[in-house]
Design a protein around this ligand. Structure first.
Ligand code: ADP
Ligand code: TZD
Ligand code: MG
Length: 584
């Protein structure tokens, strides 16, 4: 098919010169049909030129279209939708500024290895390329390219089918990531024969094919595990993404190896599983002799596999990842297994046969004892009733609620609010904990909570630092507008890390980390018809959350936290550069 097949309505005469009506379709409808054909039935975005009508038509055609107050939040919704469903989450933005707002989320999705497609309207090529100053002019494709996994532009209606197919396959195959699809305004109105249009659409067959591991890689890995005395499995969010939950659990249990779950992998096996080394993390990392990484990278979150945290003994590393380039990225990998986690773990189980015995009884007992003693040490702190609440008191109130409602999705961002919640609140089911991911980015909260509610139908608790919440807080209107079962709990300590800093000059400006004291975030929710609660004690907090779990109504709880109780940067204060001069 050539570009000449796409015509404007005026050119739509029959071959015999009569003007009998012909069945037509256009760019708008072809994009919608292409998405629907591939099971992409939800769009997160912000309307405006040139995509306003596209959003209306998509809704009319049965796609759920969620309008946000800022594209970054819509993009974060699409990113987490991709993580939860293994299908690309779709974000829709207007040109230049809207596109740039969405781009941060696309880069975030790519960094986290989640499939997402950013569909953005763009200005006319002729004007953009000559830099003649079009409305919202920007060479979006060029800007998107270095920030995502793949970027494409569709210029002709008859290429929409193949363009959308490419975007889908690029997003979900291999290591998943973000894809940019540039849609110039003129494309939407381009007309073509409806039958030819329908034929031009592509339903992507097997978009993320299984990638089987090489048998010798599997054998090599098992040899390393057999030689281990103190092995440790580290589960990452790639393992959660893979949705091979039963196989993975069978492998961990059959191997008898203690495991650590990275933040978003928590719950892949329940955190109270006897092989969980979560509460003995320091000991497990320091003393293990073999590490098996499953869908986790040796990046900053694991100190690149180096330093004090990892003890002095060299470790042998087994790694399962779909991305071959991930191997040896930071340290030598003794046994790389390249493939998808479902296939790799199944192959390992197969090769282990029926006579594989767990042979690390001393090690598992040591890890277990340490974990239990740490849990016992922590318990009284979680029961404290201090007013104002500290992090332990407030999270101690939330912990048993999640245990009683293990299907609830926990969204979490902040510094102290993030780090304490991650270690205190146990998860019991896969993909229930959604957080700041690889970048430790603030602002994922409301977009993530909205998409989690939409995609799973479950109730969502978003535990948010007051600073973190501010990045996407306006979306409480969106939560109310769509009447979503989301309860936002703002851990309000009057600022970033702590609300107690002072301006050393004595001037009228407060310190850079301090917010308005005793702010009432709950009233924001009331402004849009949701439930707002001010909670000053663990009891009030529990009661408000339980009321939300009973009603499912949009709720915001302002949890008053002692501004003294946090620490600088939560658990990662060591990453702050230090000034020798200011310490004089
Ligand atoms: P965490 O932050 O939890 O440690 P990372 O995001 O660093 O996890 O690592 C996830 C890894 O999982 C990435 O290297 C990615 O390539 C890999 N991955 C994602 N999906 C799959 C899959 N289906 N099979 C194998 N590896 C996968
Ligand atoms: N901007 C972005 C996009 N991401 C970031 N991570 C930051 C800024 C820096 N930052 C953190 O790393 S945590 C944080 C910021 C601003 C907020 C911490 O304050 P909080 O949590 O109120 O959310 P606590 O409980 O007060 O520590
Ligand atoms: Mg705070």
């Amino acid at each position: 098919m050539t570009p000449a097949d796409a015509t404007s309505p005026a050119e739509n005469a029959n071959i015999d010169g009569t003007s009998a009506p012909q069945d037509l379709t256009d760019g708008f409808h072809l994009i919608i049909d292409a998405l629907k054909l591939n099971g992409l039935n939800t769009i997160y975005g912000v309307p405006g030129i040139p995509i306003t009508d596209f959003g209306r038509m998509a809704q009319a055609e049965g796609i759920r279209v969620f309008s946000f107050r800022h594209e970054q939040n819509a993009g974060n919704a699409a990113a987490i939708a991709g993580y939860l469903t293994k299908k690309p989450g779709i974000c829709l933005t207007v040109s230049a500024p809207g596109f740039l707002n969405g781009l941060t989320a696309l880069a975030h999705a790519t960094t986290n290895c989640w499939p997402m497609i950013l569909l953005s309207g763009s200005s006319e090529r002729e004007i953009v390329d000559l830099q003649q100053g079009d409305y919202e002019e920007m060479d979006q494709l060029a800007i998107a390219k270095p920030l995502c996994k793949a970027a494409y532009r569709i210029l002709h209606a008859q290429d929409i089918g193949i363009g959308v197919a490419r975007a889908i396959r690029a997003a979900v195959s291999g290591r998943p990531g973000g894809v940019y699809l540039d849609l110039p305004a003129k494309l939407f109105g381009q007309v073509m024969d409806a039958a030819a249009g329908a034929k031009s659409l592509v339903k992507v067959i097997d978009p993320a094919p299984k990638q089987l591991p090489a048998p010798d890689a599997v054998e090599r890995a098992l040899e390393v595990l057999k030689g281990a005395k103190r092995p440790l499995i580290i589960l990452g969010k790639g393992a959660a993404y893979a949705q091979a939950d039963d196989t993975l659990r069978e492998f961990v249990e059959k191997s008898g190896i203690p495991y650590l779950a990275m933040s978003m992998a928590k719950g892949l096996l329940p955190d109270d599983h006897p092989l969980s080394a979560g509460a003995a993390r320091s000991l497990a990392l320091k003393d293990c002799d073999v590490v098996m990484l499953i869908g986790a990278r040796l990046n900053w979150l694991l100190s690149h596999g180096k330093g004090k945290q990892w003890g002095t003994e060299p470790k042998k590393i087994v790694q399962i990842d779909i991305e071959p380039k991930e191997m040896d990225s930071n340290l030598e990998i003794a046994a790389p297994i390249v493939g998808d986690i479902g296939s790799c773990v199944a192959a390992l189980l197969d090769a282990m046969g029926s006579d594989w015995r767990a042979t690390y009884p001393e090690w598992t007992a040591t890890v277990r004892e340490k974990a239990e003693s740490n849990i016992a040490k922590m318990a009284p702190r979680l029961m404290n009733n201090n007013v104002p609440m500290d992090y332990h008191g407030a999270l101690g109130a939330l912990k048993p609620i999640i245990k009683a409602h293990p299907d609830t999705i926990l969204v979490n961002e902040g510094a102290n609010t993030l780090d304490f919640a991650r270690s205190i609140i146990d998860m019991y089911k896969p993909r229930k904990r959604l957080d700041v991911g690889t970048w430790g980015v603030m602002g994922i909260g409301m977009g993530t909570a909205i998409a989690a509610a939409v995609e799973t139908g479950q109730k969502v608790l978003a535990v948010e630092g007051d600073s973190a919440f501010g990045f996407s807080g306006m979306e409480v209107e969106t939560i109310c507008r769509y009447n979503l079962p989301v309860c936002v709990i703002v851990f309000n300590n009057n600022g970033i890390y702590r609300g107690t800093d002072v301006n050393p000059t004595g001037g009228p400006d407060v310190a850079p980390t301090v917010f308005v004291k005793d702010a009432r975030y709950d009233i924001m929710m009331q402004a849009f018809g949701g439930v707002g609660v001010n909670a000053t004690t663990p009891d009030e907090l529990s009661r408000a959350v339980n009321e939300f779990l009973a009603s499912g109504r949009p709720t915001l709880i302002n949890a008053v936290i002692d501004p003294q109780s946090g620490t600088e940067s939560g658990r990662i204060g060591n990453l702050n550069p230090q000034s020798v001069v200011s310490k004089k």
